[in-house]
Structure formats: C-alpha cells, structure tokens
Design a protein around this ligand. Structure first.
Ligand code: BEZ
Length: 161
C-alpha cells in the first residue's frame, strides 16, 4: 500500500555525493527534526525530469525555503554517480539534496515503485512530491498524466506551503 498523509517515512538508507566522496544518509539523517520537501522522479536525465521537474524546484527554491522548509531533496532509483552527474549538470550542488535509491529500497518501502521494464529501465520510482515534517508525511502529490511535472512540481508545492 502506498504511503499516505499521516504515515511516518520508513527507515531506509540513501547514498549521496559529498566533497569527501560517497556518503550514506539514513532517513533519520535527512528528516529528523526538519521540514523537508522531497520529490521523486522516474530517472535522472530523463526528459520530463530534466526539462521540467528539477528546474521547477530550482526556480522556486528560495521561495520554498522562505516558507520554513529546511531541505529540498530529490530521490530516484539511480546510482549515486548518476545522481551526482545530474546535480552538476543542473548546477544544483548545495541547492537540492540528491538522494540515490539505487536498488529501489526506499521506493519499495513507501509503496511507490514504477515498473518501466518495458522501456528498458527496470523498476523505478513513480513521480511524486511530499512535504515531510520530522519524518511524518504531511502532504503527498501525484501526477495524473505521464510526461508532465505539474502537480508534483516546485510551483505547485510552493502554492501549498
Ligand atoms: C521522462 O521523465 O520524461 C521519462 C521518465 C520515464 C521514462 C521515460 C521518460
């Protein structure tokens, strides 16, 4: 069953790239005591994710943070090196926290996987956005149509804060 408003995020471990190299971050590291906007994409560098979803959060970042959000993070079922390359290609280092969920453990734990085997991409994450306060889901948004990042986008999230 997919995670819903009022649920606590399950324990999971992400990988992220730092100046010192690859680092593991637990859900507690990312979410405990913080207000976090987290969005998930089916894949780094895929068209909608790169042209619309990530840029929308970069464009609205300052306004989202001004609403009291501590961290904006993105997760995808990609390895940490791909996520790091995607961050650098979009000048997003230090602006958005890139959380690699390489083996889909987090996407599976929250019940939000997407089977893109037919597209040659294997099991990925659905496209969604969440507002998480101290580890508890306060809002979750899904897209109604493939190939768009509107309801889960940065402008829409800002409007809800
Ligand atoms: C896209 O972001 O456009 C996309 C995502 C998954 C599969 C194909 C395209």
């Amino acid at each position: 069953m997919p995670i819903a408003v009022g649920d606590r995020l399950p324990a999971a471990t992400f990988k992220t790239m730092t100046a010192e190299g690859v680092k593991e971050l637990s859900t507690a590291d990312v979410f405990a005591g913080k207000k976090v906007v987290l969005f998930a994409v089916p894949g780094a560098f895929t068209p909608t994710c790169s042209r619309s979803h990530l840029p929308g959060y970069l464009a609205n970042r300052d306004a989202i943070l001004a609403k009291g959000v501590d961290t904006i993070a993105v997760t995808a079922v990609n390895d940490v090196f791909v996520m790091d390359a995607w961050s650098k290609a979009n000048d997003a280092d230090g602006k958005i926290l890139f959380l690699a969920d390489g083996a889909a453990a987090f996407a599976t734990a929250v019940g939000l996987t997407l089977d893109l085997t037919a597209a040659g991409m294997g099991v990925r994450s659905q496209r969604w956005s969440m507002l998480v306060d101290d580890g508890v889901v306060k809002e979750v948004n899904f897209e109604e149509k493939p190939g768009v990042a509107d309801l889960t986008g940065g402008a829409c999230m800002l409007g809800h804060l």
